[in-house]
Design a binder for this molecule. Structure first.
Ligand SMILES: [Cu+2]
Length: 129
C-alpha cells in the first residue's frame, strides 16, 4: 500500500513538473501576440537616417508621405540633413545628437545635403504605399 501510494505521488510530481513546463511555454506564446501589434507598424515604419563618417546611410531612403524620419548623427562633427528645396531640415545636429525631419506629403524624390558639408548627399524618396 505504502509503496503504491508513493508511486502515485511520484507520478503526480512528474505531472506537476509537466504542468510547470507548460506554463513556462506560456510567455513565448503570449509574446506571440506581439507580431499582431507589429502588424500595424508597417503603416508607420521607423525610418532612420544615420550619419557616420560624413556619409548619409542609407543613401536613398523611401518613406511614406509625411513620415517622421529620425536622423542620427554618429559623427563627432556637426551635420544637418537639409533638403535641396528646403522642404525639410534637421537644423544643426551636434556630434552624437539625434534629430528628426518630417517627409514632404507630396510623393517624389527629395535630394538632401549636409548644409555644413555640402558634398554630403542623400536622397529621400516619398512614395505613397
Ligand atoms: Cu556635415
Amino acid at each position: 500500500m505504502t509503496s503504491r501510494r508513493s508511486f502515485l505521488f511520484g507520478a503526480g510530481g512528474v505531472i506537476a513538473l509537466g504542468a510547470l513546463a507548460a506554463c513556462g511555454d506560456g510567455p513565448p506564446g503570449a509574446s506571440g501576440a506581439a507580431p499582431a501589434a507589429d502588424g500595424q507598424s508597417p503603416e508607420v515604419p521607423t525610418n532612420t537616417i544615420v550619419i557616420k563618417n560624413f556619409v548619409f546611410s542609407p543613401a536613398t531612403l523611401t518613406v511614406a508621405p509625411g513620415a517622421v524620419v529620425m536622423v542620427n548623427n554618429q559623427d563627432t562633427a556637426p551635420h544637418t540633413a537639409t533638403a535641396e528645396d528646403r522642404s525639410f531640415d534637421t537644423g544643426n545636429l551636434a556630434g552624437n545628437q539625434r534629430g528628426s525631419i518630417t517627409a514632404p506629403t507630396e510623393p517624389g524624390e527629395y535630394p538632401y545635403i549636409c548644409d555644413i558639408h555640402q558634398y554630403m548627399k542623400g536622397n529621400l524618396t516619398v512614395k505613397a504605399s
